[in-house]
Ligand binder design. Structure first.
Ligand code: NAI
Length: 254
């Protein structure tokens, strides 16, 4: 077990990549704190982990609010005795919109969850890691930090900034036994993509387009992403910090 008796926080854990990672971490022996705004699905996920013999609890958290993230980390420390790893995964998409039509409110909301939420998670996790003697952070960036996917300027900007923030923190805390890395998924089959209006109206055609631009010829699964998060969260990657690991089926290589 790669995370035996480690305490892990996963944000956005009620669905998709976060849910698959929470399940994976629990199977690997971690005590998992699942955080999400979706209380119903979050509690159901905890129940399912516990039924399978794992240890988990749910904390309703809006990652765009610093006080809630601070309380989340405090709960992990109080209930499980400390914090060893955090997966800052909660994120929202920007509906496909020409950049000149993106309002200030829309831009702020995407940056608030994807960038500020990641910053708050890192900030309070690092404080807890210092009390523990070290830890690992995995941030969920995106292929859109490296390649133009079009029509989502605030999303792309937030994910590019997550990569910059990851590098800054990796260097700043490298002497504190803290590693900070990111994952950069391509198209993964989750609710986020199912909500895409374009996809909803014409799923077959859009999926075909994604497959064409992805050398491996398919969407990735949340479970495949979870395996990469596990690698970066665990000692398997003990000499790796400050990187963004692409899980994109070869997309950026084209
Ligand atoms: P999803 O929509 O299935 O899951 C996102 C989860 O985050 C949901 O449970 C949602 O309730 C939660 N959430 C939303 N706002 C929140 C907030 N303010 N506080 C706490 N939780 C909140 O989406 P998916 O695909 O699993 O996305 C997870 C992460 O992966 C996101 O950061 C996304 O940008 C990133 N990503 C996804 C890709 C994809 O193709 N699905 C590709 C690249 C990155």
């Amino acid at each position: 077990m790669l995370l035996k008796d480690k305490v892990a926080v996963v944000t956005g854990a009620a669905s998709g990549i976060g849910l698959a990672t929470a399940n994976c971490f629990a199977q690997e022996g971690a005590y998992v704190v699942l955080a999400d705004i979706d209380e119903l699905a979050g509690r159901a996920a905890v129940e399912s982990i516990q039924k399978a013999g794992g240890e988990a609890l749910f904390v309703k958290t809006d990652v765009s609010k610093e006080s809630e993230v601070e309380a989340l980390i405090a709960t992990a420390e109080r209930d499980f005795g400390g914090l060893d790893t955090i997966f800052n995964n909660a994120g929202i998409e920007q509906p496909v919109t020409p950049s000149t039509e993106v309002s200030e409110d829309l831009f702020d909301s995407i940056i608030g969850v994807n960038l500020k939420g990641t910053f708050f998670g890192c900030k309070h996790a690092i404080r807890a890691f210092k009390r523990r003697g070290g830890g690992t952070i995995v941030n969920n960036s995106s292929v859109s930090a490296f390649a133009n996917v079009g029509g989502n300027i605030s999303y792309a900007a937030s994910k590019g900034a997550v990569m910059s923030l990851t590098r800054v923190l990796a260097i700043e805390y490298s002497k504190d036994n803290i590693r900070v890395n990111a994952i950069c998924p391509g198209v993964i089959d989750t609710a986020m993509n199912q909500r895409n209006a374009d996809l909803a109206s014409n799923r077959a055609e859009v999926e075909e387009r994604w497959k064409t631009i992805t050398p491996l010829g398919r969407m990735g699964t949340p479970e495949e992403v979870a395996q990469t998060v596990l690698y970066l969260a665990s000692d398997m990657s003990s000499f790796t910090t400050g990187v963004g690991l692409l899980i994109d089926g070869g997309r950026v290589a084209t």
